[in-house]
Design a protein around this ligand. Sequence first.
Ligand code: SF4
Length: 258
Amino acid sequence: MSREAAPDPTSRLQEDSAFSYRCHACGRCCHHKLIYLAPHEVLQLARHLGMRTTAFLAELAGPGPSLRLREEDGACIFLDGSACRVHPVRPLACRLYPLGLHADVDGSETFSPLDPHPHSAGEYGREGTVAGFLAAQGVGPWRDWSRRYAQLHSRMLEVLARLEATPPSAVSPTPEIAAALDAIGTGDWMDIDAVLERDATQRGTPPPATVEQAIARHLALLHAWLDALLAATRPVQADAASDARSRASPSAIDTRGT
Ligand code: SF4
């Protein structure tokens, strides 16, 4: 690979753009980075370390949750010398590095080169394409799960905004909905093992066995919570619509009568 300067960080790359990068595992890029973790990333890291997500979040995650950094040198706690201790399950941001992913509202995605560490040993080139680089990093399922959690998160924000706009006296949540609201408000929804164990206890069935099944069930449960929260506001909206119609009717009659 020919050594080239790092691409312009303001440029936007497509999947077919010329790009290649060779990591020489110097470990310098794994310092002072704030990398937020999606629930599926917490699950993968926890499983790799033989932990429950509840324990991982309490003991190993930084705020957010995020990859925790060592206080003494700002290194990710999973950096061992210059090697990543969790390489097979490293988060999406680590797989994409030195690229950042940008998702537009229309669903299209582009990539931008990130500013490299000034002393990084990584080598840039133009021998391959962005798509080839992503495939070599095993980005596929991580990107798909991240998309699905991003969709869930934006739906969650929409539901919370809608509930905030609904007069509190007009919503009478069931205990399940109150628990769902509490879990969303506190961030407890991100703790996949806790959510799935509650669900398994209620249903009297064992929790999902594989990571893929756990992620699918977790997403399905959270979407069901959001459906229930939306349904809780529907009667209010129906009342509001009915009020609006009754207010509009005399005006319409008046207008026709003039
Ligand atoms: S998870 Fe691994 S690749 Fe990502 S910052 Fe930590 S040590 Fe580096």
